[in-house]
Write a protein that binds this ligand. Sequence first.
Ligand SMILES: [Fe+2]
Length: 408
Amino acid sequence: MASPTSLHPISGQPKQPDIPYHPDEAKWRARTARRLAEDPCLPSTPLPEGFPKRLIGPLVWEGEQWADESLWAYSLSEEELQEIDRAVRHFEDSGRPLTQVDRTTFPLPKLSHTLHSLTIELYAGRGFFVLRSIPTGLYTPYQNTLIYLGLSAHIAPTIASQDPANGSMLGHITDLRSKDENGSSGAPAYMNVSQPFHSDPGDVVSLFALGEAEEGGESKIASAWWVYNELAETRPDLVKVLAEPFPLEMFNRDPPYQLRPFLFKCPHDDRIIIQNARRLCTGFEGLPRSPSVPPLTEAQAEAIDALHFLAEKHCVRMKLRTGDIQYVSNLGLFHAREGFVDSPQKKRHLLRLWQRNEELAWPTPPALEERFKVLFKKVPVEKQRFPLEPDIRSISRGRGLDAKAKRA
Ligand SMILES: [Fe+2]
């Protein structure tokens, strides 16, 4: 039988497998070959009890199906843009704060029906869409934030806090290294490097492009359900591994790690949720995985690489242009991005929300209930913040940044 973990050559203690944040295909293939050579029976492992042999439905797709952008990109008409503009004036005239943006305070009498149909695509269709093209240059940063919150309120109105430490409900995804004397946060979201396939927290992640990079930054989306089917057919042992708990590094939180699977089955039906938390398995730059967190097994290392490389093989690629808003399911899809280069004239800058539509939400698996409850726990209105300027999330600060914050 294969050894379940790597052992340190001198101490003989279990050690973290050689698995970097940025996936290395040669290492993945070598690990796969080694494990299958050690135990050729692995592909005969039965699927975990209750897990489907095959997922079916519109969420199972391959990237080539979406080569025609008109299938998933919805271009807002001049009439719809005028409706949005009227909603902006209406909200501003009311004098309300951004914490009070909702379907009534940001009314979209006609467009709301289209947005509802698109939202059904998120929960019961292909799992993604892009709204094009909001004329961001006509609006102030405050008004662009208002438009994003207003449209999102008609799509998936429950918003998760992205930084419970300071009540921030809105993220800025942009390269902040020039503002950081340490030159490295613990999260690639605040750098210009590529991000491998992963899931964000919550049902839906959305990104509003306020600026494009000079070069690169392509967005990639893949069907996690397609990946599941591929693994269930060829490597059911890895489905079993993914359905069992992983020791996930919690970085600046208490407790310092959690045991949580990647795969969850919804109660009452065959739907599968894949929460792909690669960075919590590998660590990254300013936030490396702590040696005090139990190491992954070799099987877990192979499984998380398999998720990435299968997703990469069958993903859809898209360029987010300034004025686009991309909405993506976190339940049945993975997302990733290419690295990018900014210039003095062109800087990649996205706003981000984590969202949920309570009416359309999937039944929450019992093992995820606590996590979702905490995530979407109502932050008291007086504590909610919608920062117009980019900042790094408290829990994404690298060790250097954290120490600096404590000194300040
Ligand atoms: Fe993400």
